[in-house]
Design a protein around this ligand. Structure first.
Ligand SMILES: *Cc1c(COP(=O)(O)O)cnc(C)c1O
Length: 465
């Protein structure tokens, strides 16, 4: 393809994108295809001869689009939102045209220096103190893995990478029973083993880790000859938004000399609004904090913001310098590949720069506040409808409900019927072993009327069942 042709097709794609978003409300939110339907339309093997872009674009419309679940749909109320604000999309497009490899400062100084600055903008936005320094990871899962590896190495006096874990006392890591599955996987990958991830029971409306049970578990582990290494807390866990008590966790960690990591993958974005910061009061004392601008903030996937009190501990865990990666730059430079598990790095800071400059922090805060306000209002409307019960009250924009007296099977049938209808998209979770329906709002451009449609859809379909 010539670059002149590229320019033409890129303009067509931009027009297509604008039309897509302007008519997105007409589409069912969740893909309505059956398994195998899309694969059946794809050739069995790669073509020998090339195809023109016009045909490819048409096939994209005909084959791919019917099998897409529209995450940018304003009535996407499932999982957690994964936003791509238009300014962020443009930045991603530019970054993918230049396609720099941003593993070292010298492999693109602008990317490294912008990353440092953007992470500091985010830090200020969240109201965290200047002791924190940040790095962009590809996902919250990667940030948690980096933190768990740091816990491991710190507890082993930095010998684990060299010597492995054989013959060591069992390393023990603590978290609540509400944490995301990425915590379990980080423990597996770090070689610590699921049996050494101690899940502490939760209590209270926020389903916070019980501090007494946490302290008791650590004390018992020391008595048994195990080696406690760290605590992972959550603000806004995935199921119903559980929030640990950061002050209580930090106090225990300090007394026990444990490394602390906070998973605020979803809820962290809301901390740009000062009134929500009580949810993570004490986060300031943690060693490591992750949140995903690629969820609620509006940055195109992927973009996980990872803040560290002492990046040297992470660097000591992950840095490795074979000759081909050595650089001879003068002065104070950062090679961010020493702060993350993958070596190669995309230019992710650019979309944060576009996003924060275009909307301004005030514009971003207004969106978050609206989402929370509209979601809470919908919760109250549904609470007033006979036959519905709110199972967990809103934590930010996340709450759960079910029909009074419904069995798990009946609840699942209602979720499926709602999603087959196509106007909205919801998912289910378990609360205390009972199946419930989750509602969470956060799509960048949703409006109040989308919540009215959600109310109509839920009540209509429930009445029909
Ligand atoms: C979404 C989510 C994750 C996983 O985020 P990735 O960036 O996809 O790895 C982890 N923890 C919580 C609480 C989440 O909501």
């Amino acid at each position: 393809m010539s670059w002149d042709d590229f320019a033409k097709h890129a303009k067509d794609a931009a027009d297509w994108g604008a039309a897509y978003h302007k008519t997105i409300r007409d589409r069912p939110v969740r893909a309505q295809t059956a398994p195998g339907e899309i694969a059946a339309q794809l050739a069995d093997g790669p073509p020998e001869d090339g195809t023109d872009l016009g045909t490819l674009m048409q096939d994209f419309e005909d084959i791919v689009m019917p099998g897409i679940t529209h995450w940018q749909h304003p009535r996407f109320f499932a999982y957690f939102s994964s936003n791509a604000a238009p300014a962020s999309v443009l930045a991603e497009f530019l970054a993918s045209i230049i396609a720099p490899q941003c593993m070292l400062w010298q492999t693109s100084p602008a990317a490294t220096e912008m990353e440092t600055r953007m992470m500091d903008w985010l830090r200020q936005g969240l109201g965290l103190s200047a002791v924190f320094q940040g790095v962009i990871q590809d996902s919250a899962s990667s940030a948690t893995l980096a933190a768990v590896l740091t816990m491991r190495e710190r507890a082993l006096a930095w010998s684990g990478n060299q010597e492995g874990l054989a013959g060591q006392a069992a390393l023990r890591i603590y978290c609540s029973d509400q944490v995301h599955s990425s915590i379990d996987r980080a423990i597996w990958i770090a070689g610590i083993g699921q049996d050494n991830l101690v899940k502490i029971p939760t209590k209270g409306p926020m389903k916070a880790m019980d501090p007494d049970a946490l302290q008791a578990a650590i004390t018992a582990d020391r008595a048994a000859g195990h080696r406690p290494a760290g605590i992972i807390a959550a603000t806004g866990a995935t199921g119903m938004g559980a929030c640990d008590d950061m002050q209580a966790v930090a106090a225990i960690a300090r007394a026990e000399d444990l490394y602390t990591h906070l998973d605020a993958a979803w809820a962290g974005t809301a901390m740009i609004c000062p009134e929500f910061r009580t949810l993570w009061d004490g986060a300031e004392q943690f060693d490591s904090i992750v949140f995903n601008p690629h969820k609620w903030l509006g940055a195109q996937f992927d973009c996980a913001a990872h803040f560290l009190r002492d990046p040297d501990q992470l660097r000591q865990t992950l840095a490795i310098r074979p000759e081909y990666l050595k650089t001879h730059a003068q002065g104070d430079i950062i090679d961010y590949s020493e702060w993350s598990v993958p070596l190669g790095r995309r230019f992710r800071a650019l979309k944060l720069w576009f996003l924060m400059r275009h909307y301004g922090m005030d514009g971003l805060r207004t969106r978050i506040r609206n989402h929370v306000k509209w979601s809470v209002a919908l919760c109250e409307r549904l609470r007033a409808v006979p036959g519905f019960e709110i199972v967990t009250d809103p934590i930010l924009s996340l709450w759960t409900f079910k029909q009074v007296g419904a069995s798990d099977d009946q609840t699942q049938m209602l979720v499926d019927a709602i999603n087959d209808d196509g106007r909205i998209y919801l998912t289910q979770t378990l609360v205390d072993g009972v199946k419930v329906i989750r509602f969470t709002a956060g799509q960048f451009d949703c409006e109040e009327r989308d919540f009215d449609t959600a109310f109509d859809t839920i009540t209509e379909i429930a009445a029909r069942a």
